[in-house]
Write a protein that binds this ligand. Structure first.
Ligand code: HEC
Ligand code: HEC
Length: 188
């Protein structure tokens, strides 16, 4: 068995109430200044967790400088953003809300908007003792993201010891991936 890259676990423990709340927030355009952009605009779960365009479109048609990475399996990343500037998903989720080229908003603007929605009033007070606040919003979103896993791909089967799960070409390519050192940064 190859131990350099751990296979994606078949299941993970998540808090299902937070996942449901986080899913709503992830798709909610009210997290942006002009109510046009949600996390899903750039990290579309039907498009592999990205927007599949070269430069993402934020509010007012602003273009970001770098492609949107996928949110699938993002709970396993050892840091977030290409330069690792956020330590985990909770810290990461505050970034886009404030980024002028992404959602261009801030918590003082977002929280009153969400507080008008009876669904959120109920869901936040059911789960958190201190209702709708920034740390709870990012906590729920990150719990939802943790649930976005893609277990048991052919590569995972290969990593678990099924040598037939990959073709001869793919195995050779994986060897090169390790030999060239790609694996030093891309290690699962
Ligand atoms: C306008 C497009 C856009 C929006 C809206 C957006 N993102 Fe992103 N996201 C990006 C881009 C671009 C990056 C990479 C930026 C970087 O690494 O500097 C990124 C990075 C990330 C990462 C880090 C993944 C990695 O590989 O390091 C996560 C997780 C993420 N976004 C989640 C979210 C969440 C949650 C929201 C909503 C609160 C959101 N994004 C809103 C474009 C967007
Ligand atoms: C020194 C660290 C490092 C090494 C070594 C490295 N990468 Fe990367 N790679 C990154 C970072 C950081 C990004 C994201 C930033 C970006 O997209 O510009 C990235 C992005 C990518 C992407 C785009 C992923 C996406 O979702 O758009 C691919 C594919 C990729 N690398 C493959 C490789 C391959 C193949 C090798 C070996 C030949 C390799 N990388 C070596 C750090 C590295």
């Amino acid at each position: 068995m190859d131990r350099l890259i751990p296979p994606i676990p078949l299941t993970i423990d998540v808090d299902s109430r937070k996942v449901r709340l986080g899913e709503r927030l992830y798709h909610d355009t009210r997290l942006s200044h002009d109510n046009t952009i949600s996390c899903a605009t750039c990290h579309d779960l039907k498009k592999g967790g990205t927007d599949q365009i070269k430069t993402p479109k934020g509010i007012n048609g602003n273009m970001g400088p770098i492609r949107s990475p996928t949110t699938f399996n993002s709970g396993f990343f050892f840091s977030q953003f290409w330069d690792g500037r956020a330590k985990d998903l909770i810290e990461q989720a505050a970034g886009p809300v404030h980024n002028p080229k992404e959602m261009g908003s801030d918590w003082l603007e977002v929280i009153p908007k969400l507080s008008k929605d009876p669904y959120y009033m109920q869901a936040f007070s059911d789960i958190y003792s201190d209702a709708i606040k920034a740390g709870n919003i990012t906590d729920a979103i990150s719990e939802f993201e943790k649930s976005l896993i893609t277990p048991n791909s052919r590569f995972d089967m290969f990593l678990r010891g099924n040598a037939l799960a990959l073709s001869a070409d793919e195995k050779e390519d994986y060897r090169l991936f390790k030999e060239y050192g790609c694996i030093s940064c891309h290690h699962g």
